[in-house]
Design a protein around this ligand. Structure first.
Ligand code: NI
Length: 176
């Protein structure tokens, strides 16, 4: 499936900015959400935050097995003191896996794609996805949770990814 949205990788400053609140989900936002869902499937991911495609908006889409859904302006209102650890990957950090410890259960407030305010409690995989994607909307990535050993292990891959962003676009003129 083709998508017009371009996936951003580690090193791109758009991944480190806190995204702007949407506040009202209208037709334009719904069209964008549809595009993001298409892009998520095209990139073969189970979640995609707007900041990962260079959009400065608090929107993420995900599919954890029951079809796609969209979350707008999410806010975690309660976190359990109980934590769980799970290995996570990220489209913006290919070939990297990080063990991330997070609250096991969270209560989240957000707008759905019908502009309806929802408040729900999640645990398990859904709590995991929500926290991973909310991190993206606040400029955080899984590598921020990595141990010193993991950081060392992935040093070359991280350098490769950030070099990809720094590199100027190839021009028509070739000089070897
Ligand atoms: Ni991610």
């Amino acid at each position: 499936m083709a998508t017009a949205l371009k996936l951003r990788y580690y090193g791109d400053p758009c991944l480190r900015k806190a995204a702007k609140a949407v506040k009202n989900v209208g037709l334009a936002e719904r069209m964008l959400i549809r595009e993001m869902i298409e892009a998520m499937y095209a990139f073969d991911g189970s979640g995609l935050a707007a900041t990962q495609v260079g959009l400065d908006l608090q929107i993420f889409v995900a599919d954890d097995g029951d079809g796609p859904y969209a979350v707008i302006d999410p806010e975690i209102v309660k976190k359990s003191s109980e934590q769980s650890k799970m290995e996570e990957g990220c489209l913006s950090l290919p070939k990297i896996k990080v063990n991330v410890k997070r609250p096991a259960t969270i209560k989240v407030k957000y707008l759905d794609d019908n502009n309806v305010m929802v408040e729900k409690e999640f645990s398990g995989l859904k709590a995991r996805i929500f926290q991973h994607e909310i991190d993206h909307l606040e400029g955080r990535m899984i590598i921020d949770y990595a141990s010193k050993e993991d950081r060392e292990k992935y040093k070359d891959q991280l350098t490769k990814l950030s070099d990809l962003f720094q590199k100027p676009k190839p021009s028509g003129k070739k000089n070897g």
